[in-house]
Design a protein around this ligand. Structure first.
Ligand code: FAD
Length: 392
């Protein structure tokens, strides 16, 4: 192959845009194919921890996010009914050399879009098939069109078709739980929700609450509650929930929680899906990234963060081979990344992270995807695996 490979990315979500940005910075030509006809403003918040903020810093969007996002004082974990503090981890920037920010999901997406020009993003392109021949991959789309590339990155989310092609079809796991979520004006509240991101723990449910803007103008919450099986078939960002049912589900919670739910005008409802770690992430010149290969529950706020870490590591692996051994670069990426993402998938599924003071957090938030040793698996540390042992 003459020069650097041309890389097609399927999906313009958090991971797809992040890898478009890291690859372009490394001098690769990219084309991003997205099934949606336009980008909507999905009503949800998102937390960016120091591990992903380090990647976003090098992509060039840290300052933009700092200008608009809320910087919580701490991770605060409280008992759902009494409010007793179970664990508080202050998150000054000096702790892991990057900020901890909470923001509107659309603000993060817009920031990523600001470093990926629209002329490399093709909308209304729903991938239906991939064919590898002679070192080239042909992509087929539902509108009948085709495109070719030297390599393909499947960043097409939890229902990934690229994953189906690489490892075969299966269905995501649902464990009988749903998330209610809403973003609404803080002016609807009769009180300040505090300086931290707070997780309120009940016996079989929880709720996470935080501001999404620096001015504290918007409040966001996301829950996890049991739900009858018939509702749980498909992840959907648009399904509506019943705010009265939601309030009833948190009836016994602290008045600060009830005040948030009381002020919330309406909410969305989302089936929580996950998968076990996959046997492989790549096939020849096709590789997976983000939720397509390691979807996880949102309980550790690491789904997008680990996708963004993937983006930095994948660009580093491809740069190191300068296009000569794409399949080898993909295997090296997987060998480094999979131990870490599998660990986070397992821990996130258990939903005990930070519930008490005994979890070591440095391996998770201290990871630096730009400088990690790519020839060693990420997070093989005893501290990291002790967390999973403790959770299971
Ligand atoms: P996505 O962002 O889902 O993007 C996939 C893209 O691929 C979409 O644009 C989709 O339209 C496109 N696509 C799909 N199929 C095709 C196709 N056939 N052809 C073309 N395009 C296609 N993570 C955090 O780090 N912090 C948090 O605080 C956090 N909170 C969360 C709260 C909730 C309620 C939920 C549901 C998730 C949360 N996550 C969080 C997880 C995070 O949202 C995901 O892990 C992240 O969006 C994954 O990024 P992705 O690019 O892999 O997939």
């Amino acid at each position: 192959m003459a020069g650097k490979p041309r890389i097609a990315i399927v999906g313009a979500g958090m991971g797809g845009l992040a890898v478009a940005a890291t690859l372009r910075q490394a001098g690769f030509e990219v084309a991003v194919y997205e099934q949606a006809g336009k980008f909507g403003r999905i009503g949800a918040g998102i937390q960016m921890m120091p591990n992903s903020m380090k990647v976003l810093r090098r992509i060039g969007i840290e300052d933009r996010l700092r200008d608009t996002a809320f910087a919580p004082y701490s991770h605060l974990n409280r008992k759902g009914d009494t409010g007793e503090v179970m664990r508080e981890l202050p998150m000054p920037e000096s702790l892991y050399n990057a900020p901890y920010l909470c923001m509107h999901r659309a603000d993060l997406h817009d920031a990523l879009l600001s470093v990926v020009p629209m002329d490399v993003i093709y909308l209304n392109k729903k991938l239906t098939g991939l064919d590898q021949k002679g070192g080239q991959v042909t992509l087929s789309f539902s509108d009948g069109s085709k495109a070719t590339a030297d390599a393909v990155i499947g960043a097409d989310g939890v229902h990934s078709i690229v994953r189906d092609i690489v490892v075969g079809p299966d269905t995501p796991i649902h464990r009988g739980r749903i998330a209610y979520r809403a973003v609404f004006p803080a002016s609807l509240m009769d009180r300040d929700i505090g300086r931290s991101r707070t997780k309120w723990w009940g016996t079989d449910r929880h709720i996470v609450i935080y501001y999404t803007t620096r001015q504290k103008s918007e409040v966001y919450f996301v829950t996890s509650v049991p739900e009858p099986a018939e509702w749980l078939t498909k992840e959907s960002w648009s399904a509506k929930g019943d705010v009265k049912e939601l309030r009833a589900a948190y009836d016994g919670f602290h008045e600060d929680v009830r005040a948030v739910l009381g002020a919330c005008p309406d909410c969305h409802k989302w089936a929580i899906l996950e998968r076990d770690p996959l046997r492989t992430w790549s096939d020849g010149n096709v590789v997976l990234l983000g939720d397509s290969c390691h979807p996880m529950t949102p309980y550790m706020a690491q789904g997008a963060a680990t996708s963004i870490e993937d983006a930095a590591v994948l660009a580093r692996c491809l740069s190191d081979v300068a296009g000569d051994d794409i399949a080898g670069a993909f295997k090296r990426y997987e060998a480094h990344r999979k131990p870490r993402t599998s660990l986070v998938q397992g821990l996130s599924s258990a939903n005990t992270w930070m519930k008490d003071g005994s979890y070591d957090t440095s391996w998770l938030y201290g990871y630096d995807a730009w400088n990690a040793d790519l020839d060693r698996p990420a997070d093989n540390s005893q501290e990291a695996w002790a967390s999973l042992k403790k959770a299971s």
